[in-house]
Design a binder for this molecule. Structure first.
Ligand code: NVA
Length: 315
């Protein structure tokens, strides 16, 4: 490898300029899907899942194929990543077979170990901490509908302690958004994530705020987002989230506090009647199907950029 080995493990692994480049490239690839053949070495991209998936597997498989590559989908539980073999050994093996490794898993630290040993770019396909590919898709969707990102206010309501909230803070701040998280005490973002996002926002003209009042969070917002109250891996933890999150449910009444033409985002899967009402997710302000499609385009852009940097086409 003659270039710079880079990874996409968290939203702020891309600078604001690089994020804008990724979104531009994603838009170009959306218009012309088969334009680029970026893989200089092995044509496979290893795609591993420790958690359930629909959009991520489908969009990476379709996207890698459109880039002329082969999506080598590996069931991480069957392979026993970190169980049957150490994460580092798995990384060393996959890095000899594939041009990049994409992994959905639990611990961010395990993803970092994969990145430290793979010798090829590693992409976060969701961890407990971050879901950066999803936020890029959300940003592309907002940009398509609004024509711009910087200066828009994005309100996220619900579980502020999950991966989506953290990625909205970091990725949104990178795009110059004003990001507001409305979440109850005990389910608010980690202070270090908020501080990290605030530091980025200071360079982009964006801002970040954490509130416990859902109405204040949503008031006048240009974009309103929510996510499941029970993230993958939390299903059996015995915590009753329904009562505490109910006031943060994205109902038509809560959405009415946003700008009249506010866009509605949800990364899916959605639980209608819980974190979002059917009338909202299936209503005229919802852009969730564009959001789901855009996973493919932004992930292709990330793979192209990482492959290019690894090959020496430094940004
Ligand atoms: N917070 C959710 C996102 C699903 C795409 C989870 O981790 O399950």
């Amino acid at each position: 490898m003659t270039g710079t080995l880079r990874h996409f493990l968290a939203d702020d692994d891309l600078t604001p300029a690089e994020q804008a480049t990724a979104l531009d490239l994603a838009a170009a690839l959306k218009a012309e899907p088969y334009r680029l053949k970026p893989f200089a070495g092995p044509q496979s991209v290893a795609v591993l899942f420790d958690k359930p998936t629909l959009r991520t597997q489908a969009s990476f498989a379709a996207g890698v194929a459109e880039l002329g590559g082969f999506p080598m989908v590996v069931d991480a539980r069957l392979a026993g990543v970190g169980v049957r073999e150490s994460v580092a050994d798995v990384a060393r093996v996959l890095g000899r077979q594939a041009s990049a490794v994409v992994w959905r898993t639990f611990a961010q630290a395990d993803l970092e170990t994969m990145a430290a040993h793979a010798g090829v770019p590693v992409v976060n396909a969701l961890t407990d901490d971050f879901h950066p590919c999803q936020i890029l898709a959300d940003l592309l969707t907002v940009r398509e509908h609004r024509g711009r990102l910087a200066g828009q206010t994005l309100a996220y309501v619900g579980d502020g302690a999950n991966n989506m909230a953290a990625s909205y803070l970091l990725g949104g701040a990178t795009a110059g958004l004003h990001v507001r998280v409305g979440a109850p005490a005990g389910f608010q973002p980690l202070a270090d994530v908020v501080a990290r996002a605030a530091a980025v926002a200071a360079t982009t003209g964006g801002s970040v705020a954490v509130l416990d009042d859902p109405v204040a969070a949503v008031a006048g917002a240009d974009v309103v987002a929510t996510d499941t109250w029970v993230s993958m891996g939390q299903e059996g933890d015995g915590v009753d989230r329904t009562a505490v999150f109910r006031p943060y449910s994205l109902t038509a009444a809560l959405l009415a506090h946003a700008a009249p033409d506010a866009l509605v985002l949800h990364c899916l899967p959605a639980y209608r009647g819980q974190e979002i009402d059917a009338a909202v997710i299936d209503g005229p302000q919802s852009v969730v199907w564009d959001e789901a499609e855009n996973r493919r385009h932004v992930q292709k852009a990330v793979l192209v950029l990482l492959a290019g940097w690894a090959a020496g086409e430094d940004a």
